[in-house]
Design a binder for this molecule. Structure first.
Ligand code: 8X3
Length: 256
């Protein structure tokens, strides 16, 4: 195959937010998409809407990842094999400072952001190498580039995911697998902050209060689609995306 022309993608974290938006975007661009998330009902709706193939799975569980690998290998066999793995699954729990850090929250964040990403990459590298023009895109965060008060656990997980992305790029260049990192800042999705703050909708709303045009899932999906659709020899190593209102972590403009 001369280039990344088969357009067969696997997208994790597909049940909401950036993951669901990326499924919609790649499907509307004509990609074959297998959409992965834990919540079966949401996946089924997304599949009905977009024509993506739903696959309910927990990416931190070895059995689920093995089932997924077997399924994907078979599903894309006729279509040229998997060429693009998009790791969107992840998330934050808590805003505790180190003095009151909750080890269970840290463990969860490390599992979904770092270990889950590793498991997917490990499972699908043979397939991506075999394809000859593989792409891995990891969705990290600006929280993986600089730390902030109350962010330590999430910072540690996202710095970790950033690090494994860099290591993978070095390890897989000889196999012609390109490795892209997309690191968004403030993105207003239905669930990210709500989950982080334990379901407190009023507190979640405050995070975005007065911010003109925070990024949306669709904004990030547009950038993801651009990066994975470029000719395969172009590797956007790291793309940092923020809304204009967030010139830096410490400079978020809020209007009254
Ligand atoms: C989310 C960005 O600023 O909430 O990944 O850590 S931030």
């Amino acid at each position: 195959m001369a280039d990344n022309t088969s357009r067969n993608a696997l997208i994790t974290g597909a049940s909401s937010g950036i993951g669901a938006a990326t499924v919609r975007r790649l499907r509307s661009d004509g990609w074959n998409v297998i959409a992965v998330a834990r919540r079966e009902d949401r996946l089924a709706q997304l599949a009905a809407e977009t024509g993506a193939t739903p696959f309910p799975a927990d990416i931190t569980k070895d059995d689920d990842v093995a089932r997924l690998r077997d399924y994907v290998t078979e599903a894309f066999r006729e279509a040229g094999g998997l060429d693009t793995l998009v790791n969107i699954a992840g998330g934050a729990r808590g805003v505790d400072r180190m003095a009151t850090a909750d080890a269970d929250d840290w463990d969860w964040m490390f599992q979904v952001n770092v270990v889950g990403t590793m498991k997917l990459i490990k499972a699908f590298l043979p397939e991506l190498r075999r394809h000859g023009h593989g792409t891995v895109l990891n969705l990290t965060s600006t929280a993986g580039l600089s730390a902030y008060e109350g962010g330590a656990g999430y910072n540690a997980a996202k710095f970790g995911q950033h690090a494994i992305t860099n290591a993978l790029r070095l390890e897989e260049a000889e196999n012609n697998v390109r490795v892209i990192e997309v690191a968004p800042g403030l993105v207003h999705t239905e669930e990210f902050t709500l989950n982080r703050l334990g379901g407190d909708q009023a507190a979640a709303d405050k995070v975005y209060q007065g911010v003109e045009n925070p990024l949306t899932g669709d904004d990030v999906a547009e950038v993801v689609a651009y990066a994975v659709t470029l000719p395969h020899h172009i590797n956007l190593d790291q793309i940092v995306i923020r809304p204009v209102a967030q010139a830096a972590d410490h400079k978020l403009i809020r209007r009254a």
